[in-house]
Ligand binder design. Structure first.
Ligand code: PEP
Ligand code: MN
Length: 365
């Protein structure tokens, strides 16, 4: 699928001076003082381009803080006036959009719990028709790329061109180190479907804990993301939502200082030559891998013919256990990530069973 959206480049609607876009602010707007003071301290860092805050909070369970709603919108006007920075909020209904725009919110984002529902996304799209506002779309809560893609198609279908993706990680139902597993490959796949779509990393909602913010933000930068959205609060421990993952504006400034922003390409000729050569070598190795897979499949086919002609069962569990173990051991010895070889062999084995079933059910010629 290749349906590039009519995306306007990020720097056509926000000036970041060639640097990654930095959006920061509290998870929620709680009080006028909390919001304005957080915004002021963030602006003082001189590195933040947009302030964020949740005004309507979609909570998984009722009873948690659900946001201040319209009452917080005048505080946003004050924060904007005092910092001179544009402001982004999450919207989930046409009414949110109407109110946010009425109070001068500059950028809208669609949250993870909204992206999962095509009805909601379509309602939002219909409300956005004819409006020229940047819209960022967070990945859906669950790792379903089609839902994310569909949300872009719906919003772009309403004529929105200032678009961006926010990658905030996925809930997998498993107990994991991070609150939401990044699954970087899904964001990379989104980018390969929409090559011109800017992508912004949200290390806060991936991490769930302050301690993991740095490594996740660095990873996003290493993957050449166009920016970051990070939750920052003047008093994180007492935040009314997402307390464990927010950090003070000061700590956020330190985090930004330690972030390494690598160049996409180096202008040095020597570097270019070394890269070209190594890429050619990788191409060669990849060709060999694919040729070897084809050779292995050829052998599997022969094996299946013997089994069929001698009336032997297709699946022999002991043999499979031995294959998995010996290959994984070899991988480990060669310094490969232990699960890599195992995962590859599980896929190879699945295909090999499919092939053998095909052969066993064909008639002898
Ligand atoms: C948020 O940004 O505060 C938020 C609710 O995030 P998400 O939609 O990613 O859970
Ligand atoms: Mn939050």
């Amino acid at each position: 699928m290749k349906v590039d959206l009519a995306v306007e480049p990020l720097d056509s609607w926000i000036d970041t001076n060639g640097k990654p876009l930095i959006i920061a602010g509290p998870c929620s707007a709680e009080t006028e003082d909390q919001l304005v003071e957080t915004a002021r301290q963030l602006a003082a860092l001189g590195e933040v381009h947009v302030i964020r805050a949740g005004v309507w909070k979609p909570r998984t369970r009722p009873g948690s803080f659900e946001g201040m709603g319209e009452a917080a919108l005048p505080w946003i006007q004050r924060a904007k006036a005092e910092t001179g920075l544009p402001f982004a909020v999450e919207v989930a209904t046409p009414e949110h959009i109407e109110l946010a725009l009425k109070y001068g919110v500059d950028i809208l984002w669609i949250g993870a719990r909204t992206t999962v529902n095509p009805f909601n996304v379509q309602e939002i799209a219909d409300a956005l028709r004819g409006v020229d506002v940047p819209v960022l779309i967070k990945n859906p809560v669950n790792p379903d790329l089609a839902l994310w893609v569909g949300a872009f198609e719906r919003i772009a279908g309403a004529g929105i061109k200032k678009l961006g993706a926010i990658h905030r990680g996925f809930a997998t139902g498993e107990d994991t180190k991070y609150r939401n597993v990044p699954m970087w490959q899904l964001a990379i796949e989104l980018k390969s479907i929409f090559p011109h779509l800017p992508i912004i990393g949200d290390p806060s909602h991936m991490a769930g804990k302050r301690a993991y913010l740095n490594e996740l933000a660095q990873m996003a930068m290493d993957l050449n993301y166009d920016g970051l959205i990070v939750e920052s609060h003047i008093d994180p421990d007492n935040a009314w939502s997402d307390a464990a993952q927010q950090l003070t504006p000061k700590a956020f400034g330190e985090m930004l200082d330690h972030l390494q922003i690598r160049q996409v390409e180096s202008p040095s000729l020597e570097f270019q030559n070394a890269m070209d050569k190594t890429r050619r070598n990788i191409d060669n190795v990849d060709r060999q891998i694919v040729e070897m897979l084809a050779a292995r499949m050829g052998l599997v086919e022969r094996l299946a013919e013997y089994k069929r002609d001698n009336n032997v069962t297709l699946f022999q569990p002991d043999r499979w256990t031995e294959i998995l173990k010996t290959r994984a051991d070899l991988g480990k010895k060669l310094g490969l990530y232990p699960e890599l070889v195992e995962e590859i062999y599980k896929i190879v084995h699945m295909e090999s069973i499919r092939k053998q079933t095909e052969v066993m059910n064909s008639t002898t010629v």
